[in-house]
Design a protein. Structure first.
Length: 338
């Protein structure tokens, strides 16, 4: 998967970058707990899900289900792999995703996923200030470079209990690096999917069930609090067009509100504890896909997809025009034969 984002100078870019990388505030203080450390784990890895406004909890049925709802992995009958690379928000922020899933039996599957968000080659001037008489100046020969990066490794297992009910869980290992400092953490996610009948699915996904704790080598602690997503997906057959349409709705319950940027007036605000998203997918001849939705910030999303033998190609568009530019993302999922 590849994506790009248009460049626009904006006073909120620095805020969003700090929020995603968790570098705001008193970074290397010896005590205390910092919030919003898990924002980078909420960035979409699937153009399909992004095009649906993120309303993907019940529909998740490909390799990216390891990220959105691991219970969806139990219904995958082929080995799948996916890759994404995107320049997130501004060109020097890199976001990468790798996913792989394989059925163990007709009712059980496992998956492994890796995401990385990072800024490389950051100028480090902390030791480059020299005293010249009574003034301080910057000595370019002493300027060094460092990186800020976040990694999450997901190990997923899913089980189909019967034709209607599936469950799955993730164990995730988190690593954060900032210059010479680092943090480690361990988290747990769990999800379920219930096929009420052939066309109606209900899904639920609980992230960071036990509250993920990240510990820095400086003594600083970061908390990633639980989030619950509940979604529905319903298939409406359109036999006259040899097609069908799937509307999706997600409701999100957070353990804490998060700071966000208003798309209307470019002001910062804290979202509520309760949010929602909706999206729809029109499928023509099981080969062409047209998608649209509204995400948790009431932004319109749009996407297209095409399915050819052993390959799914998806595109999504989301407008961040007033604060961070527009997001274009293309993704590829490969289906392997057994």
């Amino acid at each position: 998967m590849f994506s790009s984002q248009s460049e626009k100078p904006n006073k909120f870019r620095f805020f969003v970058i700090c929020l995603l990388l968790g570098v705001g505030g008193n970074l290397f203080s010896a005590t205390g707990f910092r919030k919003y450390a898990g924002e980078f784990m909420a960035i979409h890895v699937s153009p399909r899900a992004q095009a649906l406004g993120g309303a993907f909890t019940a529909l998740a049925n490909d390799v990216t289900a390891g990220f959105y709802n691991p219970a969806g992995l139990a219904g995958i009958q082929t080995t799948q792999a996916a890759f994404m690379h995107t320049w997130q928000f501004v060109s020097f922020i890199n976001y990468d995703y790798l996913g792989f899933t394989r059925p163990l039996t007709a009712r059980k599957a496992f998956a492994v996923s890796l995401i990385r968000l990072g800024i490389d080659n950051i100028k480090d001037t902390r030791q480059a200030q020299v005293l010249n008489g009574t003034d301080w100046r910057l000595d370019p020969s002493k300027v060094k470079q460092f990186s800020a990066s976040d990694y999450v490794l997901f190990l997923s297992l899913a089980q189909k209990m019967n034709t209607r009910f599936s469950w799955g869980f993730n164990v995730k290992f988190v690593r954060r690096n900032l210059a010479e400092h680092h943090a480690n953490g361990l988290g747990l996610d769990a999800g379920v999917i219930l096929n009420v009948w052939d066309r109606l699915r209900i899904g639920a996904m609980a992230r960071n069930i036990t509250t993920t704790l990240l510990s820095w080598d400086t003594g600083e602690k970061e908390l990633v609090r639980p989030t619950l997503r509940v979604g529905t997906s319903y298939q409406i057959d359109l036999p006259q067009l040899n097609s069908y349409f799937i509307p999706n709705i997600d409701l999100v319950l957070r353990a804490e509100s998060t700071p966000k940027v208003s798309p209307d007036n470019n002001t910062l605000f804290h979202s509520g504890f309760f949010e929602g998203a909706l999206g729809g997918e029109f499928v023509f001849r099981d080969a062409l896909f047209v998608r649209g939705g509204v995400d948790e910030l009431q932004r319109a999303t749009f996407g297209l997809g095409i399915k050819i033998p052993h390959l799914n190609i998806d595109y999504s568009f989301t407008s961040y025009d007033k604060e961070l530019g527009n997001s274009h993302r293309v993704g590829v999922i490969v289906n392997f034969r057994h």
